[in-house]
Design a protein around this ligand. Structure first.
Ligand code: AMP
Length: 295
């Protein structure tokens, strides 16, 4: 371990108790240290690690939480089979300047008679909010709970879950939570598939087909640059996804902040896709550059 080679592995301090976590962060902040926080559900991959590295580059200390949050899964969803691999995750974070891994139990986060949930609207309304009722309420509730246990200066989220970043930013603004939110780019496999803990569920055939999501977003970007209307782009994205065997939940080009239909004036747009391959649900998105005269 430490001291045997030039490059010493650093082992993060694993904490399960929310009160203890909070007091350690407050002590560090009182000493003038800037704290970065990366909330995750574990099964860490390079996308998560990119958030950790960004936090480490911008902060004095980094806390990573690993908690598979039951309240953001519907009863028929994959909470039970979601990959849990705390030891491998701790290993993946070695040498990454992570000071704390916060890995609470479900009871630590939600007392047995837990009776409180944050309600969300606005950017939470459409897309994932429609298809997964209660999902963003669960996300907002756990993120708020985690922000109390980990009272960091700044929290890092991935653009991979674009709608989630909007919901979290809106909650922080609306409730006046004392934390900054930084959104980091999506990390992809070499063939364009956005990294996700759920990619591990894909059969080899479906893994081959899964590139259709990123392809449909590249198509959206080309059509957008060529001046096509959102409705035409959405049609072609859907056709492409279906041609590759994806059961499409949505393929949309909308306002990048409100996720409502684009106004006539120049607005930052985002292309969003979600669909299922076998039993696996995948989502992805791409920012589209601002242009004039969008109808
Ligand atoms: P999760 O463990 O799926 O809840 O994700 C934890 C955080 O990592 C969220 O902020 C995600 O948006 C982010 N994330 C997940 N996949 C990626 C990716 N491929 N690139 C960048 N960030 C990601």
């Amino acid at each position: 371990m430490a001291g045997t080679t030039g490059k010493r592995p650093t082992t993060a301090h694993m904490i399960a108790d929310p009160e203890r976590m909070r007091s350690e962060i407050l002590v560090a902040r009182a000493a003038g240290r800037r704290i970065g926080f990366v909330p995750t559900m574990g099964a860490l991959h390079s996308g998560h690690v990119s958030l950790v590295d960004r936090a480490a580059a911008e902060c004095d200390d980094v806390a990573v939480s690993i908690f598979v949050n039951p309240t953001q899964f519907a009863p028929h969803e994959d909470y039970g089979r979601y990959p849990r691999m705390l030891e491998a995750d701790a290993t993946a974070l070695e040498d990454r300047r992570v000071r704390w891994i916060f890995a609470p139990s479900a009871e630590g986060i939600y007392p047995p008679d837990f009776a409180t949930r944050i309600m969300v609207d606005g950017p939470a309304r459409r897309f994932e909010g429609e298809i997964r009722p209660g999902h963003f309420s669960g996300v907002a509730t756990v993120v708020c709970r985690l922000f109390i246990a980990v009272p960091a200066d700044v929290a890092y989220f991935g653009a991979k879950d674009w709608q989630q970043t909007l919901v979290v930013k809106r909650m922080v603004r609306d409730l006046g939570l004392p934390i900054e939110i930084t959104v980091c780019p999506t990390i992809r496999e070499p063939d364009g598939l956005a990294m996700s803990s759920r990619n591990a569920y894909l059969s080899p055939t479906d893994r081959g087909r899964a590139t259709a999501l990123a392809e449909s977003l590249a198509l959206a970007e080309r059509m957008w640059a060529a001046g096509d209307e959102p409705a035409a782009i959405e049609r072609d994205m859907t056709d492409h996804l279906r041609s590759r065997g994806v059961d499409v939940d949505y393929a949309a080009v909308v306002d990048g902040e409100s996720l409502e239909p684009l106004a006539n004036t120049a607005t930052a747009a985002v292309a969003l896709v979600a669909g299922r391959l076998g039993g696996t649900r995948l989502i992805d998105n791409r920012q589209l550059p601002t242009r004039r005269g969008t109808g």
